[in-house]
Design a protein around this ligand. Structure first.
Ligand SMILES: Cc1cc2nc3c(=O)[nH]c(=O)nc-3n(C[C@H](O)[C@H](O)[C@H](O)COP(=O)(O)OP(=O)(O)OC[C@H]3O[C@@H](n4cnc5c(N)ncnc54)[C@H](O)[C@@H]3O)c2cc1C
Length: 409
C-alpha cells in the first residue's frame, strides 16, 4: 500500500511550491501529475511576479472576448463564465475589490520576497527590474491612468509615469514611436520553466512523483473525508489530500473553476531583446525574456481541449511588434495554457467541507498563479499542520461545492 503524509494532485507552480514547503517541514509527500509539463499553465506563462496587480485589470477587448464566447454558448460553465465577466468589470475597482486587492498584493509581495531569497539556492531565474506598461498613444495612457491612479492610491502601489524619452532611456528595445509608459518598480519576473525544473530537482530526493489522479475516492463513513487518491494503477493513501490541478476538472469533486485560455509564442533571432518585462498596454500582451523573447496574451474562456484559434498566435506577434522591433524574429515555439478562473476572481484555498475534512484545495489563481504560488504554499502547509491562516475570502466554503454524490458536508 502507498501511504504518505500528504498526497498532492497537480505539479504546476502551486502544487510544487506546496510540496517544497511541506517537504521542508518534514512531511512525506507524493506529487501526482502526468508526464507532460506543457499541460500546466505554469509552463508557458510570462513569469511576471506582479505586486502591482497590473496584469489583473484587463481592457475592453478582453471583456468583449468573454462576451463573444458567452454569445456562442458557454455550455455547462456558462453561469461561472458570466460571473467571471462581471467580476472582470468590477473586481479591482470597487470598495470590496480594494480590500481584496490589499490581500492579494500582500500575498504577491510575500511571494516575490520568497523568489528573491530562493532563486540562488534553487537555481531558477529571477529578476527584479520592475514592469514597464507601454502605451502607443496618449489617449491609451491617459485612460489607463484613470484606472491605475485610484487603485495605486488605495493599495499603496508605487508607480511612475514615463515620457517617451524616459522609456527609451530605460528600455531601448521599445519603439520610439510609443507615447509613454507606466513603470511599476515593485514588480519582478521569474522564468517559469526554470522554476518548475528547479523545484522538481530539489524535490527529487524527498518527494515521490506518481502518475495522474484518476478519481477521488471518498470515505463512505466520514463526512467530507477522502479515503484515497486513485491513479491508473494504484490507490494512494495519505493523512491529507491536496488538489492543485489548476483549471483541470477532477473526477469526484466539482469546483467552480473555468479555464481561460492564453497563448504564447517564443521568438528567436530578434536582434533587439528587451531587458525589462514590457506589458503592451493597449493590447494587454506581455513581453518577457526567457532566453528567447516570449510573447503571451489573450483571455479566452473555453472548455479544456477546445482547439485554439490559429490566428491568435500571429496576432500576438503583430501586437508585440507594435511596441518593439521584431524584424528578423523567427517563431521557435508556440503554446496555449489554461488559466484557472473563479466567479469572484479570487483563488480558492482551504479545506473542502468542515474542519475535520482531510481534503484541501488551492486553485483558481487565474492570471496570478506565479505571483501567488509561494504565499499560497505557506498557507497550505500551515493548514496541513492544523493551523488555518487562510483569509475567509479565499476559502472554498464561500461556494456550494459538490461531490459526485451530493453536497460536501
Ligand atoms: C498565457 C498566460 C500567461 C500568464 N502569465 C502569468 C504571469 O505573468 N504571472 C502570473 O502570476 N501568472 C500568469 N499566468 C497564470 C499562471 O500561469 C497560472 O495562474 C498558474 O500557472 C496556475 O498554476 P497551477 O499550479 O494552479 O496550475 P497549472 O500550472 O495548470 O498546474 C496544474 C497541474 O495539474 C495537473 N493535473 C491536471 N489534472 C490532473 C490530475 N487529474 N491528476 C494529476 N495532475 C493533474 C496538470 O497536468 C498540471 O501540471 C499566465 C497564464 C497564461 C495562460
Amino acid at each position: 500500500m502507498h501511504k504518505f503524509d500528504v498526497a498532492i494532485a497537480g505539479g504546476g507552480a502551486i502544487g510544487l511550491c506546496t510540496a517544497y514547503e511541506l517537504a521542508g517541514r518534514g512531511f512525506r509527500v507524493a506529487v501526482l501529475d502526468g508526464s507532460d509539463a506543457r499541460m500546466a499553465s505554469s509552463y508557458g506563462n510570462a513569469g511576471y511576479v506582479s505586486p502591482s496587480l497590473g496584469p489583473l485589470s484587463i481592457d475592453a477587448r478582453e471583456v468583449e472576448d468573454v462576451a463573444r464566447w458567452l454569445a456562442r454558448g458557454a455550455g455547462s460553465e456558462g453561469s461561472i463564465a458570466r460571473s467571471i465577466a462581471r467580476s472582470i468589470h468590477t473586481s479591482m475597482m470597487e470598495a470590496d475589490g480594494t480590500r481584496m486587492g490589499m490581500l492579494i498584493r500582500s500575498m504577491a509581495l510575500e511571494s516575490r520576497d520568497w523568489y528573491a531569497r530562493m532563486s540562488g539556492s534553487l537555481g531558477f531565474v529571477y529578476r527584479q527590474l520592475g514592469l514597464i506598461e507601454v502605451y502607443l498613444s496618449r489617449d491609451g495612457l491617459e485612460r489607463r491612468l484613470e484606472h491605475v491612479k485610484p487603485l495605486a492610491y488605495a493599495l499603496g502601489i508605487p508607480y511612475r509615469v514615463l515620457a517617451r524619452d524616459e522609456v527609451n532611456a530605460l528600455e531601448s528595445a521599445v519603439r520610439d514611436t510609443c507615447y509613454g509608459a507606466i513603470l511599476y518598480p515593485d514588480d519582478a519576473q521569474i522564468e517559469p520553466v526554470t522554476l518548475i525544473r528547479a523545484l522538481r530537482d530539489a524535490l527529487r530526493g524527498s518527494v515521490v512523483f506518481l502518475g495522474s489522479l484518476e478519481r477521488i475516492v471518498w470515505d463512505g463513513y466520514g463526512k467530507g473525508r477522502v479515503e484515497s487518491f486513485q491513479t491508473s494503477d494504484a490507490r494512494i493513501h495519505a493523512d491529507a489530500y491536496i488538489l492543485c490541478t489548476g483549471a483541470y476538472r477532477v473526477e469526484g469533486l466539482s469546483l467552480p473553476v473555468v479555464a481561460a485560455r492564453g497563448y504564447m509564442v517564443e521568438l528567436e533571432g530578434s536582434g533587439h531583446m528587451p531587458r525589462y518585462p514590457v506589458l503592451c498596454g493597449e493590447h494587454r500582451v506581455a513581453l518577457s525574456l526567457h532566453g528567447r523573447l516570449r510573447i503571451t496574451g489573450m483571455f479566452e474562456p473555453c472548455s479544456i481541449g477546445d482547439p485554439p484559434v490559429e490566428e491568435n498566435f500571429a496576432r500576438l506577434v503583430e501586437w508585440g511588434g507594435k511596441y518593439i522591433t521584431l524584424a528578423d524574429a523567427r517563431v521557435a515555439d508556440r503554446w496555449t495554457g489554461y488559466r484557472p478562473c473563479t466567479p469572484d476572481g479570487l483563488p480558492i484555498i482551504g479545506r473542502v467541507g468542515n474542519c475535520t475534512s482531510n481534503l484541501i484545495v488551492a486553485t483558481g489563481h487565474c492570471r496570478l498563479g506565479m505571483t501567488l504560488a509561494p504565499a499560497t504554499a505557506r498557507l497550505m502547509a500551515s493548514l496541513v499542520e492544523g493551523r488555518d491562516g487562510v483569509p475567509d475570502a479565499l476559502k472554498p466554503n464561500r461556494y456550494a461545492l459538490l461531490r459526485e454524490d451530493g453536497p460536501v458536508a
